[in-house]
Design a protein around this ligand. Structure first.
Ligand code: NAP
Length: 296
């Protein structure tokens, strides 16, 4: 029997409805969570992401600001903009859309963020808190979204053999840190694979839960998956498809057709992990607002 699909869009709607309720409760106390998204340059894909983040923020009843800066913006100017947002009492969360133009160092920008407003969870303070298992930081939105998908789909992570393909700071590493914690939706035994892993398939075939974030379209096939496994496909790639209206389609890192024959549960692309990333950005922003209110 083919694997069931995990409907990330439906689960994300549930998360966003929870967020909207929390926002309403905060507003009743005179607090309106605010998110600023900063975009430097005019990369069309980034512009689409920024627009959808802004729309989702407003739909949840939050205050949304989109800061658009020209591609020629200097690093010093961007840092000055971050300083202004750090000091702005209407802003609880700041997200700087990546990638930045080449003349701006992403690390310098991330380190300039007030960690209490770093709702993307990339500041070293938040990376450290995640590893320490302290819950007053922020986990990056995509791995946090994957964990939420697993929890809301009733997947048991405790004691599970979990294999992650990819070790980026955005997905693979924080995913490993989340799943190895002694916490709800965690307590897994985690293996992290990367481009230097010898015999990748030997690892992936052992996984009760396989999470793929390699940026290689359809490279994990059914033959690399353990029968009955749960497969989470984080990858998003655009591949040419002459029959498609726009000449391309969006695919993940997993070959869905062959993987479905082997797995028990699997996320589709699009409609799996993607919608959860935005939902978790809203969750983190509300959390930031609540903490600020509690600290006042
Ligand atoms: P990344 O920074 O390029 O990292 C890719 C990782 O995969 C690296 O650690 C790399 O290993 C590893 N890798 C590459 N080829 C491999 C291979 N053949 N075998 C084993 N490991 C391999 O990418 P990322 O930012 O983590 O993103 C990964 C994918 O997720 C991309 O398709 C991206 O578009 C997507 N993504 C989706 C969302 C979402 O919201 N759904 C969010 C973020 C990213 P090395 O470290 O050895 O190079």
């Amino acid at each position: 029997m083919p694997a069931d699909l995990i409907d990330g869009a439906a689960i994300a709607r549930g998360v966003r409805a929870d967020v909207a309720r929390e926002v309403a409760a905060l507003q009743a106390r005179g607090i309106r969570p605010g998110l600023a998204v900063v975009l430097v340059g005019d990369d069309p894909a980034s512009a689409v992401y920024v627009r959808s983040k802004g729309r989702a923020t407003e739909e949840a009843g939050m205050y949304s600001v989109s800061v658009r800066l020209p591609a020629a913006t200097t690093e010093a100017d961007l840092l000055a903009q971050i300083d202004r947002l750090n000091a702005d009492p209407a802003i609880d969360g700041i997200l700087v859309q990546m990638p930045l133009p080449r003349h701006i160092r992403p690390d310098a920008v991330i380190r300039r963020l007030d960690p209490r407003k770093d709702v993307d969870g990339l500041h070293p303070v938040n990376v450290g808190k995640l590893l320490l298992g302290e819950d007053d930081g922020f986990a990056p939105c995509t791995p946090a979204g994957v964990r939420e998908l697993l929890v809301r789909s009733g997947v048991e992570t405790r004691g599970a053999d979990c294999v992650i393909v990819g070790r980026s700071m955005l997905v693979g590493k924080p995913m490993a840190a989340l799943l190895m914690q002694d916490a709800l939706g965690a307590n897994a035994t985690v293996t992290v694979c990367h481009s230097r892993t010898a015999d990748l398939a030997a690892h992936t075939r052992r996984a009760d839960i396989l999470i793929v974030a390699a940026g290689r379209p359809r490279f994990v096939t059914g033959a690399m998956i353990k029968p009955g496994a749960v497969v989470i496909d984080v990858g998003i790639s655009r591949v040419e498809e002459p029959r498609a209206r726009q000449g391309h389609i969006i695919v993940g890192d997993v070959d869905l057709a062959s993987a479905r024959e082997v797995a028990r549960l699997i996320t589709p692309v699009p409609g799996g992990v993607g919608p959860m990333t935005i939902a978790m950005l809203l969750v983190n922003t509300v959390r930031a607002a609540r903490r600020r209110a509690e600290a006042a």
